[in-house]
Write a protein that binds this ligand. Structure first.
Ligand code: HSE
Length: 400
């Protein structure tokens, strides 16, 4: 079985390495030897054995009938979308790690794959090396899914873990993370929650069987979190995490990425550093947690290569359309029930107690502040009440 890899960056070179180093086990599991016939990249890699198969022109890949599997690890939408679409049109299977591509064009590319009796696989697009797409589609099929909540971004989890451990402010830790190469120079997609939002849109689309657009997912980032917020979290034996949640409640569906205070008993509390985790709640199964390395060369490549094996096993059949092009828009989060943590000035203590009679005070030893968390209510009800407070220093959703 001949394959081609588009892009010899971090993930692409990882895919090449996994296919070489684990060739024997991969052949056993696929029923075929997988040979990389081409690697596409604009750059040269002098001294790297990849030079033997390196090409600079996509035409030689897409026009070569021997290539049955195209691995797309370029990232971004341009030119990845064009390359992937053409590969599928030519009857080649495509395996990708590209969450931007899947979140934006997943439905269209899945339909095209089905039409051409090939497969479009994207296990690595969510949670890096963690198996989540295939388990969700092929294993958790007896349940009605009630919730998917996850830590889907390693960069922000690393930053929040350091803030928690060092009691440091966001900006300080971000700078350090960039210097260590953990956070990108332009970290907006990570720290504003967009990367997690794209991954959540993919998971929600899989559950619904319909297209959930990333733009319809409410996203709040981590840039407003301060050392004082962390101090309160510690006082509650809790941590602050960027949580991506899709929730199905009665007839409503909500999708939200936001920082939350996570209490110690919660399954996502212990997920630290660059680790990702996805918690799925089924109506029969209860909670199940998938966790592991959500980014990085070899873990991500491992998930991509698992797709290559899957494609080799199903070389003559499409294994099913996973979601349709019908768009589903989540409900406004105002209807979502939850509990909320608020920090305000000490002088607003009485006003806060009048607005939230069932509140629980939180003491972190900061004399100028009054902080509390509420009883369960909808986001809409909380917003109306909290807007009455003279000053809010910060607020978070809280998970027990
Ligand atoms: N920027 C992403 C993260 C990479 O930090 O999780 C993996 O998708």
């Amino acid at each position: 079985m001949k394959a081609a890899i588009l892009g010899y960056g971090t993930v692409g070179s990882g895919v090449y390495e996994v296919l070489q180093r684990n060739a024997e086990v991969i052949a056993e599991k696929s029923g075929e030897n997988i040979e990389v016939k081409y690697v596409l990249d604009l750059r040269e890699f002098p001294g790297d054995p990849v030079m033997e198969v390196l090409v600079h022109d996509y035409e030689c890949i897409v026009n070569d009938p021997e290539v049955r599997i195209v691995v797309e690890t370029m990232g971004g939408v341009k030119p990845a979308y064009e390359f992937v679409r053409r590969a599928l049109e030519c009857g080649k299977h495509v395996c990708t790690s590209n969450k931007e591509l899947v979140a934006e064009y997943g439905a269209e590319l899945l339909a095209l794959a089905k039409e051409r009796a090939v497969n479009f696989y994207f296990e690595a697009s969510v949670g890096g090396g963690i198996p989540i797409i295939r388990p969700l589609c092929e294993c958790l099929t007896a349940d009605k899914i009630l919730e998917i909540s996850g830590i889907l971004n390693g960069t922000t989890n690393y930053i929040l873990t350091r803030m928690y451990n060092e009691g440091a402010d966001f900006n300080c830790v971000l700078k350090g993370a960039q210097e260590c190469g953990y956070a990108e120079r332009n970290p907006a997609a990570d720290i504003e929650g967009f990367d997690a939002g794209r991954k959540l849109a993919i998971l929600a689309s899989l559950v619904l069987g319909k297209r959930v657009e990333f733009g319809d997912v409410v996203t709040e980032g981590i840039t407003g979190i301060t050392a004082r917020d962390i101090r309160y979290a510690r006082a509650m034996q809790a941590k602050i995490k960027l949580i991506a949640s899709a929730i199905w409640k009665e007839e409503s569906f909500y999708a939200l990425v936001a920082p939350r205070i996570i209490m110690a008993g919660h399954p996502l509390y212990a997920i630290d550093d660059v680790v990702n985790a996805v918690m799925v709640k089924g109506n029969m199964l209860g909670d199940v947690l998938f966790s592991g390395r959500g980014a990085g060369k070899l873990p991500t490549a491992s998930a991509v290569v698992s797709d290559v094996v899957q494609a080799a096993r199903h070389v003559n059949e499409n294994t099913g359309l996973i979601w349709s092009q019908t768009r589903t828009v989540p409900e406004p989060v105002r209807g979502m029930p939850g509990r909320f943590f608020v920090r305000t000035d000490e002088k607003n203590r009485q006003q806060a107690k009048q607005l939230f009679p069932g509140l629980t005070q939180v003491d972190a030893g900061l004399a100028d502040e009054f902080a509390f968390y509420t009883e369960q209510m909808t986001e809409g009800e909380f917003s109306e009440r909290v807007e009455e407070l003279d000053k809010i220093r910060n607020q978070f959703r809280i998970e027990f």
